[in-house]
Design a protein around this ligand. Structure first.
Ligand SMILES: [Zn+2]
Length: 83
């Protein structure tokens, strides 16, 4: 086992794995930037829109719940709940 561990630590990752990791890192950075943009935009829209705010994630997992007039609803799956 020690010999195997030593050989693993000295064996460089294949070039394809390095390329895939670099691609995933770039994708992650891109997605993070997009999420930040959406959050900032959503916050601005909430400020402009009266009586509507954003709650936690819906049970469907596809959308955050909107809160309007003591009612929670999901614009994605139409789940509704009165507060
Ligand atoms: Zn939903």
């Amino acid at each position: 086992m020690p010999r195997r561990r030593r050989s693993n630590s000295t064996t460089p990752l294949p070039q394809t794995v390095h390329r895939r990791l670099a691609a995933l890192e770039a994708e992650l950075t891109d997605n993070s930037r997009r999420v930040t943009q959406l959050e900032n935009t959503l916050r601005a829209v909430m400020r402009e829109t009266e009586n509507v705010s954003v709650g936690g994630p819906c049970v469907c997992g596809e959308c955050l719940l909107l809160v309007q007039r003591r009612r929670l609803y999901c614009p994605k799956c139409n789940y509704q709940q009165t507060m």
